[in-house]
Ligand binder design. Structure first.
Ligand SMILES: *Cc1c(COP(=O)(O)O)cnc(C)c1O
Length: 232
């Protein structure tokens, strides 16, 4: 892919985000774009940054560490993949936000590691809105309870919720996943919190981000439509 093609992809995604935002009565700036850079080489990521990308998402700690050494803090780093507890230490050093908190055990480990690094880690709770056995995330009915427990941990700041919807041609099923997360988010926004500031609804990927925005997403995570298909 040429740099011109990359520029065109980013431009086109921004237009589609803006159109979907307007359709749902919101300002385009209300939706944050996280460019998902898993498997994308550092040189290409740097081109995307030069073209205005400010937030990137990775799903593996080791891959993120290698890239972080070359890219550093000129962008905001989001952990969007499943986090193993034994990787929490490196995760809190690299990432600006961990979007995949789905158990109390993981939350406690990230809290402990964040304390050691003397920082407060912004986190999202990942919810398995499709209930597929192959997907990570807590069950929808557990999400608010887990949110309460996360709010007790002094080195975490809960900022919202994340989901990966069912992968389906049936957009009604996809939309139901987003509605489910939106309901949890709206309930959480009605609650009182010690530390949490519930502002982020992270949902929508290449094939479903417009539906996610229509259902209230404030953050979309897009890889393929920006960087092209991943190998393998
Ligand atoms: C890979 C990935 C994305 C981006 O997916 P695309 O379909 O390539 O846009 C978004 N979110 C998560 C959690 C991912 O793992």
């Amino acid at each position: 892919m040429s740099e011109a093609h990359l520029q065109e992809n980013i431009q086109r995604i921004r237009e589609r985000i803006a159109d979907a935002a307007r359709r749902s009565g919101r300002r385009p700036e209300a939706i944050r774009l996280v460019a998902v850079t898993k498997t994308v080489p550092v040189e290409r990521i740097k081109q995307a940054i030069a073209l205005g990308i400010t937030e990137i998402g990775e799903n593996r700690v080791q891959e993120a560490r290698d890239k972080f050494d070359a890219i550093g803090r000129q962008v905001t780093w989001h952990m969007v993949g499943h986090l193993q507890r034994n990787k929490a230490r490196y995760a809190v050093r690299i990432f600006d936000m961990i979007q995949s908190i789905d158990t109390l055990a993981l939350a406690r480990e990230v809290d402990r590691r964040a304390q050691k690094e003397d920082r407060v880690m912004p986190v999202l709770i990942e919810v398995n809105t499709s209930r597929e056995a192959t997907k990570f995330g807590c069950a929808p009915e557990e999400a608010l309870k887990l949110a309460r427990q996360v709010d007790e941990l002094p080195h975490l700041q809960l900022q919202g919720f994340m989901t990966v919807a069912v992968f389906s041609e049936d957009m009604n099923r996809v939309r139901d996943c987003f509605k489910r997360l939106r309901d949890i988010y709206e309930s959480a926004r009605q609650m009182d919190w010690q530390r949490a500031r519930i502002e982020i609804l992270s949902m929508g990927m290449t094939h479903d981000f417009e539906v996610a925005i229509e259902e209230g997403a404030t953050m979309v995570r897009i890889g393929t439509a920006i960087f092209g298909p991943r190998p393998g």
